[in-house]
Structures are given as structure tokens and as C-alpha cells.
Write a protein that binds this ligand. Sequence first.
Ligand SMILES: NC(=O)c1ccc[n+]([C@@H]2O[C@H](COP(=O)([O-])OP(=O)(O)OC[C@H]3O[C@@H](n4cnc5c(N)ncnc54)[C@H](OP(=O)(O)O)[C@@H]3O)[C@@H](O)[C@H]2O)c1
Length: 262
Amino acid sequence: MAENGADYIPRPGHGAAWITGASAGIGAAVAGKLVENGWTVYITARSEEKLAAMAAASGGRMIAAPGDVTDPAAMEAIVARIEAEQGLALAILNAGVYIPMTAAEFNVEDARKHFDVNLQGVVNGLVPAMRTMLTKNTGCLALVASVAGYRGLPKAGAYGATKAALINMAEALAYNLYPEGVRISLICPGFVETDATSVNDFDMPFLMQTDEAARRIVDGLQTTKFEIAFPRRFAFLLKSFRFLPAKWYIALGRKALGMDRD
Ligand SMILES: NC(=O)c1ccc[n+]([C@@H]2O[C@H](COP(=O)([O-])OP(=O)(O)OC[C@H]3O[C@@H](n4cnc5c(N)ncnc54)[C@H](OP(=O)(O)O)[C@@H]3O)[C@@H](O)[C@H]2O)c1
């Protein structure tokens, strides 16, 4: 019988790691940390030159696998390649976009970008990775969501919706994956200093550096945690808002953020 997937801890000896959104920010830092921990990492993003430079600097420990996560055939081909070359032990589906929008700015095109990359883009990589792991009854899948998925946050109507969907998706899939020996984990970062958050025009509470975020993610995957959420105090605070009725939550949030003066 397969080991319970909930208890599976991926190790470099089990195969290779794959990370999407690896050319910058959190993904690039996680790829670096995985290499430090002995992994061979396939790195995916659209920027071929950046990936090639990272691979060249890694002494063969990072392997460029360029691709757009919105292209399901490309994601399937990357997974097939990794499985054939080294075996896929760990898949971190991290690529994402963030475009803050007020209600007046909310538009179809930018909303669709979030859904295509953050949600369908994750599904495009998840499906081939999950099928590959299910045939072997082992492996670890990690979805990069966000604390913004816990409750609606200002200007994050489209972004937060994709992250809430990923949280739900990971929980739902865990039911069937665990008895088959496959682990699924959810990564919920708070604010991390990257190109994505450089557009924010407010002081980001508990802002974390990418190296520290990467350490939390890679260390968290070496435990049997379902959810790796950080900074812990910020994540706990936002999660505790789930217990508030929506009307109170929105009223309190508007007051705390000074929006009642709008
Ligand atoms: N930064 C934060 O505060 C924070 C907080 C919570 C959650 N997150 C989540 O963490 C993940 C990484 O965020 P980040 O801040 O590191 O973002 P980032 O610095 O903007 O990097 C985004 C990465 O995704 C890749 N990407 C974007 N669209 C892609 C596509 N269509 N196909 C393939 N790759 C694509 C980018 O590479 P190319 O442009 O080369 O394709 C880049 O490598 C995202 O899912 C984000 O939502 C971030």
C-alpha cells in the first residue's frame, strides 16, 4: 500500500524538482535554495535568457525548461521531459501575476490575465505533474497561493479570487491524493519584496525579503505541513478574519484602512 501522501517528504534522491515562475522573485530564490539543499531543479518561465543565465551559473544544477504556463501542451511536454530524464519528485507551481485594481479600474482583460496565469496556468502544470505522480504513488505538489486568498482585500478582486480558488483546489485534491501516496501542499506568503509588489503604493506590513521567503518555503516542504504560511503573525491575523461575518469584516477593514473618509 502507498505511504500516506500527507506524510511524504520530498528528498533530492527521489528525483528532480520543477518550479514555474523561476526567472524572478520568489521562484528564482526558491530554485537557488533547492540547489543549496542538493536538488536538481528544472526552471520554467517565459524569459529564456534569464533561465539560461541561471542554468549557466548553477554548474548544471538548474536546467532551463522555458515555457508559458498558459500553454497546456508546453507544460505537459516539460513534465514528460523531467520524468524521462530524472523523475519528478517535487513540483512547485509558482508563476503568477498581480495587477491591483479598484472597482473603477476593474476590467475584463486584466481579470482574465489573473485567471489565465494564476489559476488555469497552475492547472496546466498541475494536471500532468499530478498524473505522473499518481502513476508512481509518490511525489509532492505545491501550489503557491497567498494570504490574499483568505478574505477579500482592497484592489485584489481578481488576484485574490485566483488565490482563494487555489486554496480550495489544494484542499479538495488532498482528499484523493493522500491515499495514493501523493502530497499536496499550499504555500501562502504575505508581502514579499519582488517586482510584483513594487507596484504597491502603500507600506506593506511585515514585508519579507525573497531569500527569507524561499527559506520558509523550502524548509516548510521538509516538514509534513499542509500549509506553509508566513510571516506567521500576519498570516494568523488575516486567517482569523475568516471567522468574522462578511459585513463586519468589510466595515472593520474600511475603518482600519481609513477608507471611511473616501
Ligand atoms: N510577492 C509577494 O508579496 C507575494 C505574496 C503572496 C503570493 N505571491 C505569489 O508568489 C508567486 C511569485 O510571485 P513573485 O512576487 O515572485 O512575482 P514576480 O517577481 O513578478 O515573478 C513572477 C514569475 O512568474 C513568471 N511568469 C509570469 N507569467 C508567466 C507565464 N505566463 N508563464 C510562465 N511564467 C510566468 C515570471 O517570469 P517570466 O516573466 O519570465 O515569464 C516570473 O518568473 C506568484 O504566484 C504570486 O502571486 C507573491
